[in-house]
Design a protein around this ligand. Structure first.
Ligand SMILES: Nc1ncnc2c1ncn2[C@@H]1O[C@H](COP(=O)(O)OP(=O)(O)OP(=O)(O)O)[C@@H](O)[C@H]1O
Length: 236
């Protein structure tokens, strides 16, 4: 379970996250939605210990990321695509990650199979399509078979088959008891996969609840998104 409480993040004099709180529960997919610049990536970076939090907390079952005993076995994350060196092969990249974290080498072939990259595993990452890069990033995140998955815009660059596959994967991780936190710009895209939704805009949480609760009182999901994320001066 992920618990963020009263988290504030500043860059210089600019506050990009204002006292935000959210929960992502085990056994559920939690969608994290907001327009460009809303603060989604900043939230995920703070959660994963990549950026320092100015106040508040961001915890995995009660511990900050940096204090996890087995980070890769606890949390898998995909933030900016694959994160692999372009001249390495897909398999080489995963072996490097596995070796650096004490995970068994055989796990590399298992995750390549899981994300559908077995055939392309010997090719250099620079020849991968955007969607293949996303799959490789996910393969690295799954190496430690973690309980928690944190995915920033994971369907960017995927074709319809890839999107369906990614949704199935998120659902199956949640069904198996995992915690899945997934960000998107589009509420309707999350409708297919999320049990719960948290809406962020201008660095503030605007709504949270089940998809039905968040959409209640709005004509459709698109209207709900625009209404909930409208600039503060214009929010109804
Ligand atoms: N290193 C930084 N220095 C200064 N401002 C930053 C920095 N990183 C992010 N920001 C600002 O924080 C705000 C939130 O950005 P963030 O990338 O978290 O939004 P986002 O919701 O992930 O947007 P997108 O959907 O476009 O990726 C933006 O106004 C951005 O300009």
């Amino acid at each position: 379970m992920i618990t963020i409480e009263n988290m504030t993040k500043r860059h210089g004099s600019r506050t990009v996250l204002h006292d935000i709180s959210l929960k992502a529960l085990a056994g559920r997919v939690t969608g994290f939605v907001g327009p460009n610049g809303a603060g989604k990536s900043s939230t995920l970076r703070c959660l994963l210990g990549l950026d320092r939090i100015d106040s508040g907390s961001a915890l995995f079952d009660g511990r900050p990321y940096r204090e996890l005993r087995h980070p890769l076995r606890t949390v898998g994350a995909v933030l900016d695509g694959a994160g692999a060196h372009p001249s390495s092969t897909g398999r080489g990249h995963l072996r490097w990650v596995a070796a650096g974290t004490g995970l068994p080498r055989r796990r590399v072939d298992e995750v390549l199979e899981l994300v559908g990259l077995t055939e392309a595993a010997g090719r250099r990452v620079r020849t991968y399509s955007l969607g293949m890069g996303q799959r490789l990033g996910l393969a690295a995140a799954l190496l430690g078979d973690p309980e928690v998955l944190v995915l920033d815009e994971p369907v960017n660059g995927l074709d319809p088959g890839g999107i369906r596959w990614m949704r199935d994967l998120m659902r199956s991780r949640a069904r198996a008891g995992g915690t899945v936190l997934v960000s998107s710009h589009v509420l309707a895209e999350l409708a297919e996969v999320a049990d719960d939704v948290v809406v962020i805009a201008e660095g503030r949480i605007r709504a949270a609840g089940t998809l039905t609760e968040v959409a209640r009182g709005h004509a459709d999901l698109e209207e709900a998104f625009f209404s909930l994320t409208a600039p503060a001066g214009r929010a109804s």
